[in-house]
Design a protein around this ligand. Sequence first.
Ligand code: GS8
Length: 220
Amino acid sequence: MADEVILLDFWPSPFGLRARIALAEKGIEYEYKEENLAEKSALLLKSNPVHKKIPVLIHGEKSICESLIIVQYIDEAWKGKSPVLMPAEPYERANARFWADFVDKKIYECGSRIWKNKGEAQEAAKKEFIEYLKLLEGELGEKLYFGGERFGYVDVVFVPFACWFHTYEVHGNFSIEEECPKLIAWVKRCMEKESVSKTLPDPVKVHGFVGILKKKYGVE
Ligand code: GS8
C-alpha cells in the first residue's frame, strides 16, 4: 500500500497553496487537515517542531516542512508522475530556484506592508511591490509560463499570490493589471489549469480574512 499523504494547512496561506497546487498537478491523493493557528494541533507541533508553521506534508512516517522544499519534494518523490515541475538542465534549475527564492523573500512581506500600513509607509510598500512585480514580469518575458512552455516550479511558487492581489489592490488603491498587464495575462493562463482554479480561494474571501487580521493587529 502506498504511504499515506497528509497536508497540514490553513486555507488562505500562499505557502500552503503551493503544496496544494503541486499535489493537484501530480494528481496525488491526500488528506487535507485544516489547522487552527491560534491553537495548533499536536500533530503540527510534532511534525514541525522547529518553526511550528503550516504547511507540513506528511508522507508515511516522514514530515517535510517549508513550502519551497515541499514542492521540490513532491516533484522528486513522485518523479514518475507527470508533469515534472523542475527544469532538467542545471542552469535552468538554478534560475528557477533563484526566482522562487525572490518571490519567497519579497512578495509576501512587501504585500503585507501594503495592508498593514497607511500614508507614506503604505505608498513606499506599494512602489516597492510594483517594482518586484515588474522584475517578475521581465523574467516571464514572452514565455507562456515561468517554466517556459509548461507550468513549472516558479509558477507553482508564485501563482498562489494571485488570490491576494485583490487585497493588495484594494488597500493600496492601485491596479496590478494596469502596472503589469503581462503578469495578469499569465495569472489568467494559470487559472485555466484546474490545479490552480480549483485550489485558489476566492480573492474576496481572502480580503475578508485580511480584514479580520487587521483587527487582530490593531490596524485600522
Ligand atoms: C512560511 C510558512 C508560514 O508563514 C514556508 O512554508 O514557506 N517559510 C514558510 N506559515 C504561517 C501561515 S501563512 O502566513 C504559519 O504557520 N504561521 C503560524 C505561526 O507563525 O505561528
